[in-house]
Design a protein around this ligand. Structure first.
Ligand SMILES: Cc1cc2nc3c(=O)[nH]c(=O)nc-3n(C[C@H](O)[C@H](O)[C@H](O)COP(=O)(O)O)c2cc1C
Length: 357
């Protein structure tokens, strides 16, 4: 059996009849599939415990998630293989706070509000893969390391350290956040997982059969970054946002790596190093995308790959063939020197007396 405890917030003010109807439907449905638990409606929050067979819980949770009457569902706890029910019956309690002078109820509402807020914050700092384990009822710390095949992607901004010293700190923060937002949402849209950020660099991975998706994600990020540059006025750091991608496919070790103070669920190994080296190589080949031969071999779509040369990458025994694409987006790249020239031209005169004067 499985037990799930979650908290959510109403999407709009619900009438007493609506809340009552949720209770009635839940009671009827849950009885039919052997689910017990409790649903508490406190002002604008719901707190629910559901216990039952795994399959039945998965179905009900799926329906509850899609219910437009509430949002921001945070799973507080998920436990698999429980042997005993904490709530052998199904019950629901609605606590109305409007006009209630009851300090205890007020305290319960504040507590739910605080839990929801803390979870919203913690979820944004937590890796999606770790969250997934938690909501599936798996303790991520108990997941053993394993060797697996992945496609690893490194992506970062060109000349970031140099540029970050020249522009106001607010612009630096704005551009790094905008860049990581575009990388992360685009990679997720294509089915990849962002493992972590290291400064302005995003490290992500895809499954071995997702070579095409990983390449498509790089092209989409380049397109979106190009749009961001075009939509920016001349003397803003965003105008000089260019990025490079290194993508490699192969075996990695996936697991928990870290210390008693901080833990990462991430990937390590030669393929990860290779992706990092390829990303650095984009500066040398003056193209925003450098792919390993293994990515080409895994791709199924008819991409126009171009062999840019064989390079001795640190950590590799022999020179590695490196590829890019024959695509207009591959011209969307400035190496450090050209970027600095362009910036001085664009900003130097207009911003005289500033850091470019
Ligand atoms: C906070 C909240 C909790 C709910 N809990 C349950 C529940 O425990 N069981 C259930 O069947 N439906 C529950 N619902 C309702 C479902 O989202 C969905 O409307 C309902 O299951 C559809 O049932 P029907 O197909 O029988 O109309 C809940 C809805 C909300 C907003």
């Amino acid at each position: 059996m499985k037990r799930i405890i979650y908290i959510s917030t109403v999407n709009r003010q619900l009438s007493e009849e609506e809340i009552e109807s949720i209770g009635q439907i839940s009671a009827r449905n849950n009885r039919g599939v052997g689910i017990t638990g409790v649903l508490i409606s406190v002002h604008d929050y719901f707190f629910q415990v559901l216990e039952g067979e795994e399959e039945a819980i998965a179905q009900v949770i799926g329906r509850i998630r899609r219910d437009p009457r509430h949002k921001d569902m945070h799973i507080l706890k998920a436990e698999n293989e429980i042997s005993e029910r904490l709530f052998p019956k199904w019950s629901m309690r609605t606590i109305r706070l409007a006009g209630s002078g009851d300090m205890i109820l007020q305290a319960i509402r504040d507590m739910l509000q605080n839990i929801a807020q803390s979870h919203r914050i913690i979820e944004r700092y937590t890796q999606p893969s770790v969250l997934k384990f938690l909501t599936d009822g798996i303790n991520p710390l108990s997941v053993p390391p394993r060797k697996t095949d992945k496609i690893v992607l490194f992506c970062d901004m060109v000349g970031f350290s140099y540029l970050s010293d020249l522009f106001p700190v607010e612009q630096v923060a704005e551009v790094v956040n905008a860049f990581l937002e575009v990388c992360s949402t685009t990679i997720a849209e294509h089915g990849g997982v962002v493992a972590k950020y290291v400064g302005d660099c995003a490290i992500a991975y895809f499954e071995q059969n997702q070579a095409d998706e990983s390449i498509a994600a790089c092209l989409d990020v380049l397109r979106r970054v190009g749009d961001m540059r075009r939509d920016t006025h001349e003397c803003h750091l965003m105008k000089f946002l260019y990025c490079g991608f290194g993508v490699a496919a192969g075996t990695v070790i996936e697991g928990n790596f870290g210390s008693s103070v901080k833990m990462d669920f991430t990937v390590l190994g030669g393929t990860v190093n290779m992706a990092a080296r390829l990303e650095a190589l984009t500066r040398q080949i003056a193209k925003p995308l450098a792919l390993s031969e293994s990515v080409i071999e895994n791709a199924r779509q008819n991409w126009s790959f171009v062999h840019v040369g064989d390079f001795q990458l640190k950590g590799a025994g022999k020179p590695c063939p490196v590829y890019t694409l024959d695509d207009p987006l591959m011209n969307d790249f400035k190496d450090h020197e050209h970027l600095v020239d362009e910036m001085r031209q664009a900003c130097g005169e207009k911003c005289e007396g500033t850091m470019f004067g």
